[in-house]
Design a protein around this ligand. Sequence first.
Ligand SMILES: [Zn+2]
Length: 427
Amino acid sequence: MRTSNAFCSIVLSLLILPSIGPAQAESTYVVAGSLIDPLNGKAISNPVVEIQGDRIVAVTPDGAAPDNAEVINLGDATILPGLADLHTHLTWYSTDFGYKGLAVSETDEAIRGVVNARKTLMAGFTSARNLGASGYASVSLRDAIDDGRIPGPRLQVAGPPLGSTGGHCDNNLLPADYGVSAAGVADGPWAARQQVRENRKYGVDVIKICATGGVLSKGTNPGVRQYTLEEMQAIVDEAHMQGMPVAAHAHGTEGILYAIRAGVDSIEHASLMDDEGLKLAKRNGTFLSINAYSPIYMIEHGEAQGLLPESLEKARNLAEKRFDTYRTVIKAGAKIVFGSDSATYPHGYNARLFAVYVDLGMSPMEAIQSATTVAAESLGWVGDTGAVAPGYFADIIAVEGDPLEDISVLENVMFVMKGGHVFKSPE
Ligand SMILES: [Zn+2]
């Protein structure tokens, strides 16, 4: 036994050692025309990105890959860090609204999630936050992606969103005879705490609450607050105690103020945020996730999407005011994170929001930062995602053209790598 082991190791060292050198992992190199670096707010020409396993180990400007190395040559394309969408509903199609949505089971949601997670990844979004599903299908979706069984972005998921009876996060479509209410409905501080505990028990990463009425729900007014300060404080305290951030759906001025005062981590939509809310958000470091493309899409396609007539009307009435607010918060330098609110428009079209951000006053670099560096800060993934830099996950996408000149080129992503695996290659 001894002799043969010794013989084997001699043969192995002769055969293998000269070709691989001393205990070094295999590197792959991504080579492109330029790299957008949102950490430093600039572009780098002719980058060479060295990858080992699922991480980036080196980025060299104007470099060259070593001879005989494994190289992914993207020609003169621009590479960027994989994008993050901080407000998605992957378990819904963009046509599931109004009464059509009543026919969608939790099992259907799971299957929709598989379809939409793939579309989102192929659109260049290697991270996403799922802010609300009817049950816990999004938890299973996240785990199946993390296990490498299905393609999709790295996910943080909320499970059933918390809301008051009859509020935006309830299901108000059927009369009392049916006794239907949504899974996350919780009234009063203790019931709300209990719901946070239940969501955590079943594996969510983040708590979503409905602080005001909304556009898509029946019989709610986006401008009206739907939780007391006491309820919101209880939710935030409970969630933070368990290490989970809180994302508050809030359109109306008062609901936004109360949610920020209660200590939520992000305001979703922020449509009617006033100066006081903006000041408070800046002081507290509250992230604003502004879904500025949803109203544009829904006003045009809402009928086909199954939107209730009242929802279409609410979308129209709110649009102008919310664009005014968005211009103001962008100008004021609030911490804005990219949040499409897909499925309010089709999954895979997520990047259409970038051009709207630029129209509303962001520089292209700021728009990219909202989906990379600022998003990573909001996700608690700084050092892991949001940049092509040593130590970060090898989440890299590529586009033709220069997004700093024309942000809409991000709508056509030709290459997607996540964790060192290539999911999409140029045709
Ligand atoms: Zn939403």
